[in-house]
Design a protein around this ligand. Structure first.
Ligand code: SAH
Ligand code: SF4
Length: 409
């Protein structure tokens, strides 16, 4: 039985402070740790580099580190903490990695290569390119960072932050399964190290989205440290604006993220409804942080110039898919710097809820575009490997996806 917790009471979940795993240390913390052992400081950067730049976590392979220090690091527990147990490759190039952690729990992470050349959109209203969906097209790209991606297929990786999720959203496989535990920052980062090693020739990791299993801001400490590690220039060195944290709307933590990272981290908000009654029916967290509070937190987020918040709206047939809801949403978001991603719900085993037909999806989109919003329909990716949104399931579970045909595809 998965551990079930009060759905809206995420503050009640208390985890004893775990000691920091060596993989989760920042370079300055490596310097301190080494100084305590009487080691020289320069090894700090070498070790951090091995782990985060080269993906090497086994001290025995750190050839420029002294044998004595390698032994001490192994003694301290530096080494592999996660292994890939399956790679499911979808016909559309999406790869779902099933990753087993040390305690036997499994999580999933997904590699989503861009389906077309930079900027290309074969179907104007369907945003088929997951990478583009979380890029801000309005922004001028930094030429130095962009150079690294010239001629490469840009890959977006979707990562998990918890085993299960406590938020209990009714349309989500992770929510229905319940919360088991937070991931440590080293486990969040390990997904990227493993994913990067699996990239095909000619692919480059460009975007990371915190949209896998779990609510990233419920695991604030793990998420925040993972963000520091992923964006550190001596390591994986992701550009902060290419990292998107998706949240169901934990208001105090949205403010905290804004403060701690000065608004540099891109935000995606799972809104899914334009009034409290329908939102609470889909997402119990809305009872704790209703729409007015959530919107106030978004307005207060220290947004970087020319950037926008992504509003995610999963369309659930008969629940939130009426054109009248789209008009309500347009009024609710008036004046805010947002772009809207519509996601026709991916069916899950545990629920009879499902997506509307595509005619309704297009009508919903048309109403928002007509009101002046930039609004895309997220194409279903990786359906055949259960890698689409909300289909990331827990250990031992078979892919819990009913046969479903998208009427537009
Ligand atoms: N917990 C975070 C991030 C993970 S969920 C959040 O809720 O934002 C990532 C996105 O997938 C969210 O927008 C979520 O609402 C959506 N999602 C979950 N289950 C889904 C499903 N069955 N079909 C379509 N989208 C789903
Ligand atoms: Fe958790 Fe996000 Fe799923 Fe809601 S949609 S249950 S917050 S993972």
């Amino acid at each position: 039985m998965p551990l079930r917790l009060a759905r809206t009471n995420h503050d009640a979940i208390v985890k004893p402070a775990a000691p920091l795993h060596p993989i989760a240390r920042l370079p300055e913390e490596w310097r301190d740790a080494l100084a305590q052992r009487g080691e020289r400081a320069f090894a700090a950067k070498q070790i951090f580099n091995w782990i985060h730049r080269h993906g090497v976590v086994d001290p025995a392979a750190m050839t420029n580190v002294s044998a004595r220090l390698r032994a001490a690091l192994a003694e301290e527990g530096l080494g592999s903490i996660a292994e890939i147990v399956h790679v499911h490759r979808s016909a559309d190039g999406t790869r779902k990695l099933v990753v087993r952690l040390k305690d036997g729990a499994t999580i999933e992470t997904v590699l989503l290569p861009a389906v077309s050349g930079p900027g290309a959109r074969p179907e104007p209203e369907i945003d088929a390119d997951a990478a583009a969906a979380y890029d801000d097209e309005d922004e001028e790209d930094d030429p130095t960072t962009e150079e690294a991606f010239r001629g490469k297929t840009r890959v977006t990786q979707c990562i998990s932050t918890q085993v299960g999720c406590a938020m209990g959203c009714v349309f989500c496989a992770s929510g229905v399964a319940g919360w088991k535990r937070h991931l440590g920052p080293e486990e969040i980062v390990a997904q990227i190290l493993l994913g990067r090693a699996l990239l095909d020739e000619g692919e480059a990791l460009r975007n990371v989205v915190f949209m896998g299993m779990g609510e990233p801001l419920h695991n604030y400490d793990g998420t925040a440290r993972a963000l520091r590690l992923l964006t550190h220039p001596d390591g994986i060195a992701l550009s902060t604006r290419r990292v998107t944290v998706s949240t169901s709307g934990l208001v105090p933590e949205i403010a905290r993220l804004g403060r701690d990272f000065n608004g540099q981290i891109a935000l995606a908000i799972s809104l899914h409804a334009a009034d409290d009654e329908s939102r609470s029916a889909l997402m119990p967290i809305n009872k704790k942080y209703p729409l007015a509070e959530l919107l106030a937190a978004l307005k207060a987020y220290p947004m970087q110039r020319r950037r926008r918040i992504t509003i995610e709206y999963t369309l659930v047939s008969g629940k939130n898919d009426d054109v009248a809801e789209a008009q309500k949403l347009a009024r609710l978001l008036r004046g805010m710097p947002v772009k809207i991603n519509l996601i026709p719900m991916n069916p899950i085993e545990a629920s009879t809820l499902g997506p509307p037909d595509m005619a309704r999806v297009f009508a919903f989109q048309k109403a928002l575009v007509g009101s002046g919003y930039s609004c895309f329909i997220r194409r279903r990716r990786g359906d055949d490997v259960s890698a689409a949104c909300g289909q990331l399931v827990l250990l031992g579970a078979k892919p819990k996806v009913k046969a479903f045909r998208n009427s537009a595809s």
